[in-house]
Design a protein around this ligand. Sequence first.
Ligand code: 5GP
Length: 155
Amino acid sequence: APEREVLTYELFGTAVRDLATEIVDSGFEPDIVLAIARGGLGLAMGLGYALDVKNLSAVNVEFYTGVGERLDVPIMLPPTPSAVDLSGLRVLIADDVADTGKTLEHVRAYCADHVAETRIAVIYEKPWTVVPPDYAWRQTDKWVDFPWSSEPTLR
Ligand code: 5GP
């Protein structure tokens, strides 16, 4: 089996705190945190609390169907937040990992029509991503095991 990068729930807490600190130090003050569901929801929640941002929203994007198995293009599933929700806002997009970066590219393009500014925060960044995140906790070229998806589902 290929070597994996393993994130525990304990380390996840450290990642959230480190990323929030980096965001504050950069001077960026988001009006809304936009999670990419499902993988970015945990980070978005943690950043929302750490940055004192109560305005959270989520877009649901489907791209991977298994380890290394992808659809041709990322698909945004309904319902998507309306232009009104994001209009004029400074948006912080939160996701688990920038791998190909195509998911982030897709969501950033969706936001671009409406918002004042978008920045991107991820826990992991792969070296080949087409969209370099503004904030990344760690770099890796391995497949990442996240604590919420590394165990078999219970049904
Ligand atoms: P993309 O290739 O568009 O950057 O990645 C889209 C999504 O695929 C990520 O948000 C994540 O949910 C999933 N993904 C990509 N690489 C990995 C990985 O190394 N580990 C896990 N568990 N999921 C990944």
